[in-house]
Design a protein around this ligand. Structure first.
Ligand code: 0WD
Ligand code: CA
Length: 733
């Protein structure tokens, strides 16, 4: 295209076409050359493409020479001149052609350059256009994509919102259902309880008044009858005496005697002053004969009087019993009344007990927390004096074979997922209805005495009280307790007061009516122990697929002293979960529902934490490892809790000092009341919700259920305790 534009110039040059045979070819090829090839050719050294340089000079064509010759005909005449002229012409022509050619080349080059520039400009314009178009397209696509994404996002968000709303609604519904159910159950329980209370009260009243009326009637009837009989008897006796006094012959006396002997009166008489028979004077001459029947009659009268006395005493004792029973009943009714009032006022519990001083003197201890405010009493650091293990068959061995090691890894994990329900069906469980006593602990004491050849006093470190640790936890927590009552049977033997917990009737009923979930939750505690303990210190990780059992157990036996001066010397044993191999400290394992809000945490420190603290503090355990679980029984996190910190975090709710001051008072009360060593005398130390006092009362001797000291234990130490004096324990409450 560019070349046709310069076609004119090319034609001009056909004059010298003979100088280059290739020219037409070249020009032809030039027209077909691409701009790029053209550029390349142009860049080649000119000499290569210059026909003048490439080819030897040829004489110009005839026509051209003729023209020249014509023009120079007039000035040059000789051949050499001609030749010179021709050569000069030729040179002129050559330089002309060369110039023209150069011009043409230059022009061509310029054209080419321009064309190239234009093409380049065109190309870059195209590129820009393309780029712009591309950018535009990209932008459009991006915009579209963004729009689509935004749309999708908003749809998703809307879905999510809808789902969340639905979930919230479901939760609210479930919460409402649960609340309704809970309220209903609570109301039912309350109504049930109130009606039971009213019924019990009615029954007691009826029973009481019936019993009172019956006894009074009985008493009246007996008294009347006895009085009547005695009157008759006295009259008869008086008559006999009179007759005897009047008698003059032995026959008459014999008759009188026979009459006296056959006197059918046998019943005793009430306390009536007998007539002054003995003092009545008899004629001296009759004395030897009359003496016998008179004495006989007197004896009979005295006998009747003493029988009446005995009966009266018996009746009085019965009346006394009745009065005691009535006062006990009144106490119980007032406690029940207080409990009912408390339940009515605070259906969820949580109040402290109403203030009331003991009205029974040393028979009771107040449970009011404020009565025990003050400094912490002396409590010597618990000292471990022994350990024992119980195997699957509850066989006691004097060793630590059942002691487990804490598996520490979960403490380092941010989160865990221990399924506490795993294996529940295979739970190898102790019979929960079996009422355990101190037997295994006493077995250990006996085995220690046997192996060490020590007497009871030495082996128990002169303990004044022996019990499970759990009993002390229960007693000590009472000033802050309002839900669960307790009953401890206490026996004084060998100057030691043995304390053994027995389930209350309420607890027994709760156990009988335990729901599936409650049973499952009991299992959770044991399963957590399995997830967290190793059988040996070098075991890599716990064996969590085997069946869980709660027969095996490890116990630490500790001694301590509570109170100033001699205080109370205590010996108790506590089941201990494991030992931390990092510092050899005992560790208690517990599970706890995860805290989701402040109030849950607050509730924990208010109620549960007290039991945890007491349990560990009593045996000097420094750390509890807690498995925080969800409602489905999955432990999500395992964290340590320092026992000392539990007390300080709970200081707004309870004080350990109150618990220990109270425990000290209760132990003093026991010392006060159990002054005689008698393995058959069982006393109950008891407290139930609503009671303002903890009381001690003797159990019925006939109720052998509570005679918890086994014969083999008593017999084992009977020799050494045989000569010991009673009543050496002294204390005041
Ligand atoms: O009614 C009771 N609590 C009695 C328990 C009455 C008489 C005896 N005992 C025995 C049990 O054999 C028990 O294993 O005392 C043993 C331990 O006494 P403890 O250390 O004084 O008991 P406590 O401090 O109340 O509880 C320690 C652990 C519990 O662990 P948690 O983490 O839940 O506090 O002993 C276990 C339980 O694992 N435990 C029981 N296991 C089965 N049946 C029982 C029981 N009745 N009581 C406690
Ligand atoms: Ca435990």
């Amino acid at each position: 295209m560019t070349f046709t534009k310069h076609g004119e110039r090319l034609n001009l040059m056909t004059d010298i076409a003979s100088f280059d045979e290739n020219e037409s070819d070249e020009s032809e090829s030039s027209t077909t050359e691409s701009p790029l090839e053209l550029k390349e050719n142009l860049n080649k050294p000119l000499a290569l493409t210059n026909p003048i340089v490439q080819k030897p000079l040829q004489p110009p064509p005839k026509s051209a020479l003729l023209n020249k010759a014509d023009r120079s005909d007039r000035s040059v005449s000789s051949t050499s001149d001609k030749r010179v002229s021709f050569e000069m012409d030729f040179k002129d022509r050559e330089s002309e052609i060369r110039k023209e050619y150069d011009d043409r080349l230059k022009k061509l080059k310029e054209d080419l350059e321009q064309q190239q520039k234009r093409q380049e400009a065109e190309l870059s314009a195209n590129k820009r256009q393309l780029d712009a178009a591309h950018t535009k397209q990209m932008e459009a696509a991006k915009k579209e994509l963004d729009e689509r994404l935004a749309k999708q996002r908003s749809t998703l968000e809307a879905n999510e919102r809808a789902q969340l709303d639905q979930l919230e609604k479901d939760i609210a519904n479930r919460r409402q259902i649960l609340k309704d159910r809970f309220d209903r159950e609570l109301n039912d329980d309350k109504a049930d309880y109130e009606s039971k209370l009213a019924k019990a009260r009615r029954e007691w009243k009826e029973k009481m008044s019936a019993e009172e009326a019956k006894l009074a009637a009985e008493f009246r009837e007996i008294t009347m009858k006895e009085r009547e009989t005695t009157k008759q008897r006295l009259a008869a006796t008086t008559a006999v005496v009179h007759r005897a006094e009047r008698a003059t012959s032995p026959i008459q006396i014999l008759t009188v005697d026979r009459a006296t002997v056959t006197d059918p009166l046998a019943l005793p008489a009430p306390v009536v002053s007998p007539p002054s028979i003995v003092s009545s004077p008899l004629p001296a001459k009759l004395e030897p004969i009359a003496r016998a029947p008179i004495a006989n009659a007197t004896t009979q009268t005295t006998m009747a009087t003493s029988q009446v006395d005995a009966l009266t005493a018996k009746l009085e004792a019965k009346l006394q019993d009745l009065t005691t029973a009535t006062s006990d009943l009144q106490d119980r009714m007032s406690d029940l009344g207080a409990q009912a009032r408390q339940i009515a006022a605070e259906p969820h519990g949580g109040t402290r007990h109403a203030a009331s001083k003991s009205n029974k003197g040393p028979r009771m201890c107040s449970v009011k927390a404020t009565d025990y405010d003050g400094p912490f009493p002396h409590f010597s650091a618990p000292t471990e004096i022994g350990r024992f293990s119980l195997d699957r068959n509850r066989k006691v061995t004097n060793d630590a074979s059942q002691l487990k090691y804490l598996y520490r890894a979960p403490l380092e994990e941010e989160s865990v997922a221990f399924d506490l329900s795993h294996g529940h069906k295979r739970f190898d469980e102790r019979d929960p209805f079996n009422q355990e006593t101190l037997d295994t602990f006493l077995e250990w004491i006996t085995s220690m005495a046997d192996s060490e050849r020590q007497d009871l006093k030495t082996v128990t470190h002169s303990a004044e009280f022996i019990s499970w640790r759990g009993a002390l936890t229960k007693i000590a927590s009472t000033p802050y307790e309002n839900r669960e009552g307790w009953r401890m049977a206490c026996i004084r033997y060998a100057d030691i007061i043995f304390i053994c917990e027995f389930r209350t009737n309420t607890k027994q009923q709760q156990l009988e009516s335990a729901s599936y979930r409650q049973k499952l939750m009991t299992y959770w505690g044991y399963k957590f122990e399995q997830y967290m303990t190793l059988e040996t210190a070098d075991q890599e990780k716990p064996e969590t697929d085997s069946a869980v059992n709660n027969f095996e157990q490890f116990c630490t036996v500790v001694r301590s002293r509570l109170g100033e001066g001699p205080g109370h010397r205590l010996l108790f044993a506590g089941e201990t979960d494991c030992i931390d191999p990092s510092d050899n400290a005992y560790v208690e394992l517990k599970t706890q529902r995860q805290f989701e809000n402040k109030s849950q945490k607050n509730n924990f420190y208010r109620f549960k934490a007290l039991k945890w603290w007491l349990q560990s503090f009593l045996v000097g355990i420094p750390r509890i490892v807690v498995g925080f679980r969800d409602d489905d029984g999955f432990v999500r996190q395992v964290r340590p809790m320092r026992v000392r910190e539990i007390a300080s975090n709970s200081k707004d709710h309870w004080a350990g000092a109150v618990c220990f001051n109270f425990l000290q008072s209760v132990l003093s009360l026991l010392k006060d009341r159990l002054t005689v060593n008698d393995m058959n005398a069982v006393y109950f130390l008891e407290w139930n919700p609503g009671w303002q006092n903890v009381g001690v009362k003797p159990a019925k001797k006939s109720d052998t259920r509570f005679h918890f000291l086994p014969d083999w234990f008593v017999e084992r130490f009977s020799e050494e305790t045989h000569n010991e004096a009673d009543g050496r324990l002294v204390a005041s409450c």
